[in-house]
Design a protein around this ligand. Sequence first.
Ligand code: ATP
Ligand code: MG
Length: 249
Amino acid sequence: MSETGAGGAAAPHAAAAGQSTSRQEGGAVRARSLDKSYRLGGEEVVVLRGADLDLAAGEAVAVIGPSGSGKSTLLHILGTLERPDAGSVEIDGVDLSSLEGERLSRFRSDRVGFVFQDHHLLPQYGVLQNVLMPTLAHPGAVGTRQRAEQLLGAVGLAHRLDHRPAQLSGGERQRAAIARALINRPSLLLCDEPTGNLDGATADVVGDLLFELHRREGGTMVVVTHSLDLAGRFPRTLRLDKGQLREAS
Ligand SMILES: Nc1ncnc2c1ncn2[C@@H]1O[C@H](COP(=O)(O)OP(=O)(O)OP(=O)(O)O)[C@@H](O)[C@H]1O
Ligand SMILES: [Mg+2]
């Protein structure tokens, strides 16, 4: 792992997050014949057309593909944020179409961690409060603040707990977003271009962190990226093209 944090931050210590955690089990994904279109005005934009995906629990996979090919759409469907028009998704054997309302929200909050391209941190809250936000669905959970602080130490932000997003560098914001995505120990971590807005050195730091945290925390990790450097570091890369996923390596 790189020893240099972005913006002069202390070096991340991912080991800290592993000290009091067990590795996350699960995260198997089975998607079949996914179709998704958007209708805009009178026009239909076909995005997914019979896409299949199989991920073993614990896998780390990169997804590449041209802009507009549907990578974010695919992540949103896997993360239960959107529904496919047709086809099925199972996460650890649970058919997502069988979940609605409160049960769906609960499943998402328990099982899925999302790192958005533009971090989606809440501007009015400090880093620690942002990382704790997903735990509000679990009132009374023990040790969440300690875990949040451990994760923030792991991503090199122990000295930035009260900074608001606007007071952080781009790389620091992404690292905070990664800590937030991991706070509930998701079995499925979905990252949408986590290094897309970062300079090369900072992107390397964030990439290192993702691999280190995946190794320590377990679970399945899917990372959408335009960076062939980052994709090249994954044991498996899938390409989304013409609405379907194919092995790229
Ligand atoms: N809510 C929506 N309404 C209409 N069209 C949409 C909507 N969301 C996405 N699209 C269209 O679906 C296609 C796929 O979008 P998506 O964001 O999944 O692509 P992407 O592969 O993530 O692209 P990028 O690499 O630029 O992020 C695009 O052509 C986009 O314009
Ligand atoms: Mg996208």
